[in-house]
Design a protein around this ligand. Structure first.
Ligand code: ZN
Length: 460
């Protein structure tokens, strides 16, 4: 429900505005979808005396978190990717899931993940590989029902037959048709992007004309391109051996870099490639938990940031994270860099929070309306309950948000002024039913895929 005008007072606001102001004894005024005012409680309660009121005492308001790399369709496989190298992980778990799954299970998996995200303060996510076989109608309907912002990368590969200009146009045109049908649906909550794939291993098809066509269409539609890039030692090595160039050079030469491109991972990038990403304005999303869990490499994050590359944060997903918790992601991003750089300030809490908010907003080209709590922006706001044993006292609120807070602290969440999480509950959503169905389907799905758990201990 969207209230005509709502004033939330007596709280702390981490604005993420240009000065990065943190306001205490503060208030936020939401006018339908938009943030109308941010300031001191005393002033705004007088000025907006007619507004509905919500007591924010003990709360810290932050902009909605943006999970810029999130396979929301993998939640039903949680834990089944443990202890695996990325190649069998993709071949033996991810691929069978995409090929064999019932479309209804795909929707159920997305639903479970989206509920987890909203209850964890994530108000927007980028799902890079939404399968062409998915049930887009049901998926977008659930997005609308839950009220989360979703950027869906419609998965597209240069499959057989896209090696001539006409065939490339035909292949890309088929994807465009689907994208146009769902783009900006559900009152603008859904955005459709190209979920591209570049060569990573022997056998992957390469058709330069196809990539050019994707670039042309993405510019024409004003939508982004997202794909996994230079993630693991083997896929970077493959590009070098096969094409005699670094992955960023390959992507640059195939029209797959630029301001409308979001690269995933990039753990293997060299200083030369960082320069290419910076000069082309390409964005990158970092998923430290998944990178560490799968031992795929360590992103030279401080070097990318120093070069001016916009870096967002993402969870990756239930198969290699194994959650969609952006608070854990922020903390891990700091711990990883501090550990490998042997410096307690290699990666700060402030930078982590910037990446999870403004960095994500920039990566999806929506910095003008998302990523901070400022008048005129969309009211995507998370109220974090800090009055808990693990988050008190508050000497430094940003430190507490990144190093102490977890998704259980999330109290209330607004997306575009709509209260989608209300004191931990989700109005109009039968969460218990989703949990029951997810549990019921999990054993069936495991059997369907023929995947065993990696657990070492006997279960009886
Ligand atoms: Zn991924």
């Amino acid at each position: 429900m969207i209230t005509a005008m709502l004033l939330i007072d007596q709280l702390t606001v981490v604005t993420m505005d240009k000065q990065r102001r943190i306001l205490t004894d503060a208030a936020i005024v939401i006018d339908r979808k938009i943030i109308a005012a941010v300031g001191k409680s005393a002033e705004l309660t007088t000025k907006y005396a007619h507004a509905d009121r919500l007591d924010g005492h003990g709360m810290v308001a932050i902009p909605g978190l943006i999970d810029a790399h999130c396979h929301a369709d993998q939640s039903l496989l949680r834990g089944l990717g443990d202890k695996m190298h990325w190649i069998p992980f993709l071949d033996d778990v991810v691929e069978p899931w995409l090929v064999k799954r019932d479309p209804a299970d795909g929707v159920l998996a997305n639903t479970l993940a989206m509920i987890e995200m909203l209850r964890g303060g994530t108000t927007c996510f980028v799902s890079p590989n939404v399968d062409p076989r998915d049930d887009y109608e049901s998926l977008t309907a659930v997005i609308g029902q839950l009220g989360i912002r979703a950027v869906l990368g419609r998965f597209i590969v240069p499959a057989e037959g896209s090696d001539t200009s006409g065939k490339a146009q035909q292949a890309v045109g088929a994807a465009v048709k689907v994208m146009q049908q769902w783009h900006a649906s559900q009152h603008g909550l859904v955005s459709m992007w190209f979920g591209l794939m570049v060569p990573r291993a022997a056998g992957d098809t390469v058709h330069p004309l196809f990539y050019r066509e994707v670039a042309i269409e993405s510019a024409r539609m004003g939508v982004g391109i997202v794909y996994h890039f230079c993630s693991e030692p083997e896929d970077a090595e493959y590009i070098v051996n096969e094409f005699g160039m670094r992955p960023a050079e390959w992507s640059r030469d195939h029209h797959a870099l630029g301001k409308n491109v979001l690269l995933i991972n990039g753990c293997q990038v060299t200083p030369h490639e960082i320069g290419i990403l910076a000069s082309t304005g390409t964005h990158l999303v970092h998923s430290p938990v998944a990178n560490m869990k799968m031992a795929t490499g360590i992103l030279p994050l401080p070097d990318l940031l120093a070069a001016g590359v916009n870096v967002a944060l993402g969870t990756d997903g239930a198969l290699n994270n194994n959650s969609y918790d952006m608070f854990a992601e922020m903390k891990t991003a700091c711990l990883l860099q501090n550990a490998v750089r042997k410096s307690a300030s290699a990666m700060t809490a402030e930078t982590a929070l910037e990446m999870a908010t403004l960095g994500g907003a920039r990566a999806i080209h929506r910095e003008h309306e998302l990523g901070s709590i400022e008048p005129g922006k969309l009211a995507d706001i998370v109220l974090v309950d800090m009055n808990r044993t693990h988050t008190l006292p508050i000497h430094d609120v940003v430190s507490n948000l990144v190093f102490c807070t977890n998704n259980s602290n999330v109290h209330t969440v607004f997306v575009g002024g709509r209260k989608v999480v209300d004191a931990g509950t989700m109005p109009g959503v039968d969460v218990a039913d989703v949990l029951q169905r997810a549990s019921a389907r999990s054993a069936v799905i495991r059997q369907q895929l023929g995947v065993e758990t990696a657990g070492a201990w006997p279960v009886s």
